[in-house]
Design a protein around this ligand. Structure first.
Ligand SMILES: [Zn+2]
Length: 240
């Protein structure tokens, strides 16, 4: 198999000079069920495989200095100009144009942010969204001098309403219009629509929000889906 790395990327110009990518699952060295481009450290995959996969991704995408966090499904965002690990959080922000930001995903939505002089990346699973991570990102940028109308955002691939079955106690935490009850006995959450709505309510112009529309669980030939496949690998999401 070719070792070329495929990505799902933000549309050209959607984030100004900032680019965002999510790596697809092929072109790595991990065996099943992590086959093959698994960049998730917190899996039972061999660490040496994950390191080789990450090396391939960083080379392919030209990620030099890279900042990361240990994801905990909360609403904390770290602002930094330093590469390396930054502890427990679910988002990163920087005003250093040469610093890349990275998280891992497999159903949770990666949401990339761009604004004059700034970029950000948030790991938006339902817990983080319910805890207010989308609003934290917009507020953090505002506190740094970037008003919401100047912010652009890209919602990457994640688990779609077609496949995201949730319990009533989870469904209750979201806007009723983002809950579908037509797909089966249990409610289905349209988390991307919820994220879109929260971005708008926080003041981001809807014309500055783009979406991938790809469902991870419907596309396991290209993407990893924790819900559909666990145990499985993790995709890398990056902004630069
Ligand atoms: Zn689906």
């Amino acid at each position: 198999m070719s070792s070329t790395i495929q990505t799902v990327g933000s549309p050209a110009g959607a984030l100004g000079d900032v680019r965002a990518w999510v790596t697809e699952r092929h072109g790595g060295v991990s065996p099943a069920p992590y086959d093959s481009l698994n960049v998730g450290t917190h899996t039972d995959d061999d660490v040496a495989n994950v390191e080789e996969n990450e090396r391939r991704v960083r080379t392919s995408l030209g990620l030099g200095r890279l900042a990361k966090v240990r994801l905990v499904h909360g609403a904390r965002a770290v602002t930094t100009r330093e590469e390396g690990h930054h502890g427990e959080a679910d988002a990163l922000l920087t005003d250093d144009s040469s610093l890349a930001l990275g998280i891992t995903v497999a159903d949770c939505y990666p949401v990339a942010f761009a604004a004059p002089g700034w970029k950000g990346l948030a790991h938006c699973g339902w817990r983080s969204v319910a805890a207010g991570l989308v609003e934290v990102m917009v507020k953090s940028l505002a506190n740094s001098g970037v008003p919401a109308p100047e912010v652009s955002a890209w919602i990457g691939p994640g688990i779609g309403p077609c496949c995201f079955e949730v319990g009533e106690e989870v469904a209750q935490q979201f806007a009723p219009q983002h809950i579908r009850t037509t797909d089966g006995p249990r409610p289905h959450l349209d988390l991307a629509a919820e994220i879109f709505g929260r971005l708008q309510q926080a003041g981001v112009d809807e014309n500055r929000i783009t979406r991938s529309e790809l469902c991870t669980a419907c596309n396991t030939d290209r993407l990893f889906s924790h819900r559909k496949e666990a145990p499985t690998g993790r995709m890398g999401a990056y902004v630069l």
